[in-house]
Write a protein that binds this ligand. Structure first.
Ligand code: BTN
Length: 255
């Protein structure tokens, strides 16, 4: 990766870029080192890439984007989680601008196209008495030509969607520009849920929410201001579900 090519115009969220050829996980290093607000950590591969719910994130060398934004916003700790939706929205908008493919968001923040996942985001909060740090880790399948058998049905890459090799630096640049704008809007209190809901594949769809191995069948009907998914159960009652504790999948196929 040629970091000079990224040259983001962003002066807030990626004003300091740190590159590793190989690291265990860009999220782990972001959590353990005292990087300043607005640092973007990028790696060409990860030996221990982490996904949500304790899963592994396969990080094929030079094929994907593995990056983590370190953000220290002055917001209450409980709002840190919402940043994960802002990041998902930003990646989705960036990819829609760059490619003739329809990218959508699977709540809370998977980016999907043609029924498969192309990007995952893992946001972790490091909350201390003095500050709330958001570690926003983004993994994008870019030039991957194939996936292991167990992922083939669920995962895709920009290469498989477009039949084109992409320059990862250009994508990072675009995401940083859009994320910066959305992040500043979010900090100034501008609502973004409407934009998010328009791109979210789950709204008005039947879903299965899985919590502690128990499945709840329901219809997703919207989002709260805190980014929770509002679901309507078969008995007509509604429930707000939090992305940290529940995984959601479609009844029909992966969505
Ligand atoms: C998921 O969909 O489960 C989230 C995947 C997040 C993967 C990215 S890759 C860069 C950053 N470092 C990690 O270890 N994980 C995130």
């Amino acid at each position: 990766m040629d970091i000079k090519k990224i040259k983001s115009d962003s002066s807030v969220i990626a004003r300091n870029i740190i590159y590793f050829e190989n690291i265990d996980s860009t999220n782990s290093v972001a959590k353990t080192k005292p990087y300043e607000n607005g640092t973007l950590i990028i790696a060409d591969t990860q030996s221990n890439g982490k996904g949500r719910m304790g899963r592994e994130w396969i990080s094929e060398k030079n094929s994907g984007i593995y990056m983590t934004y370190v953000l220290i916003p002055e917001i209450p700790a409980e709002r840190i989680n919402i940043l994960t939706l802002v990041a998902g929205l930003s990646v989705c908008e960036a990819l829609n601008k760059m490619y003739p493919v329809s990218f959508k968001i699977k709540w809370p923040n998977d980016i999907v196209a043609e029924g498969k996942k192309v990007c995952g985001i893992l946001t972790e909060g490091v909350i201390s008495q003095t500050e709330s740090k958001a570690i926003v880790g983004i993994g994008i399948n870019v030039n991957n030509r194939c996936f292991p058998d167990d992922l083939k049905q669920k995962a895709t890459s920009l290469y498989l969607l477009t039949e084109q090799i992409s320059e990862r630096e250009k994508i990072i640049h675009k995401i940083s520009d859009i994320f910066e704008k959305n992040y500043l809007d979010f900090l100034s209190g501008k609502p973004f849920m409407e934009k998010y809901e328009k791109l979210c594949v789950n709204i008005n769809q039947e879903i299965a929410a899985i919590k502690d191995n128990t499945e709840i069948r329901a219809t997703a009907i919207g989002l709260t201001d805190a980014g929770e998914l509002i679901i309507k159960k078969e008995d007509g009652t509604t429930l707000n579900i939090n992305s940290g504790e529940v995984s959601v999948r479609g009844i029909y196929g992966y969505y």
